[in-house]
Design a protein around this ligand. Structure first.
Ligand code: ADP
Length: 254
């Protein structure tokens, strides 16, 4: 198991309990969606996967989250963040350099890689997201979809084992959405995706976790979990159109 979460609970300093005894594990190569209504705890859970909530990065013995053999604990954060690449929902939270190449170089430079290796990583990851010619472009002069792909390139440049994405398709038009999903499909490692885009889940994930009120309510294959009308309604979700159509025999061509 490459990602293991055991009895993870978390309350924000103000006292809001965002996660309540959450446990699951993910095997190498799995593509796993986390769904649930707003406020369910999805972003809080993602942030625990690479120690973005440092006050909760426990001492080794108590760590509720492990990536491979490593606990998500303060003293391992540098290696944890190499292993787990985090793509924020809003590219503005992630991109801060004047040019695309500088932004993509940031992670590899931070890892202390040699200059020629950094150059190789920039070229490789921009090619992987279909932006090979964009290295000298300003990050401010790009479409939302391109900015999102630059974020993914920056994360891929660190060659992570796990990609964590918060609402990767929000604000993307259909073509940009398709391009981003093709990049995710091509990634061989673990993908963990918090999303309201249930069609994405059906078509691109092998497994879905339903989170609500900070608790895990279901964990299984999208086709069976997301077609459970009672479960979906209980957690403020809706059976995706393609599953409704599949039920009625009209799925061809979707
Ligand atoms: P989701 O991503 O599913 O919308 P979140 O993880 O953002 O859910 O939020 C889970 C709960 O934690 C919500 O009740 C939310 O209001 C609360 N919360 C989120 N961030 C903070 C914060 N920085 N301080 C206090 N409460 C927060």
């Amino acid at each position: 198991m490459i990602v293991t979460v055991e009895h993870l609970s978390y309350s924000y300093p103000g006292g809001v309990k965002a996660l309540d005894d959450v446990s699951f594990s993910i095997a190498d190569g799995e593509s796993v969606a986390i769904v649930g209504p707003s406020g369910a705890g999805k972003s809080t859970l993602l942030m625990h996967l690479n120690g973005l909530l440092p006050e909760n990065a426990a001492a080794d013995g108590e760590a509720a989250v492990r990536v491979g053999e490593l606990p998500v604990a303060r003293r391992h954060l540098a290696e944890i963040r190499r292993r787990v690449g985090f793509v924020f929902q809003d590219p503005d939270d992630q991109l801060f350099c004047p040019t695309v190449r500088e932004d993509v170089a940031f992670g590899p430079l931070n890892l202390g890689l040699a200059r020629d290796e950094v150059e190789r990583r920039i070229a490789e990851s921009l090619a992987a997201v279909g932006l090979a010619d964009f290295a000298q472009r300003s990050t401010l002069m790009l479409s939302v979809g391109e900015r999102k792909r630059v974020c993914v390139a920056g994360v891929l440049a660190c060659r992570p084992d796990v990609l964590v994405l918060d609402e990767p398709t929000s604000n993307l038009d259909p073509r940009a959405r398709r391009e981003l999903l093709a990049i995710l499909d091509a990634f061989a490692g673990v993908r963990i995706i918090a999303t309201h885009d249930l069609d994405l889940v059906v078509a691109h994930c092998q497994r879905v976790l339903v989170l609500d009120g900070g608790r895990l309510h279901a964990d299984g294959p999208p086709a069976s979990i997301l077609s459970d009308t009672a479960l979906m309604t209980r957690h403020g979700l809706e059976v995706p159109l393609r599953l409704k159509l599949a039920r009625s025999g009209w799925s061809d061509g979707l």
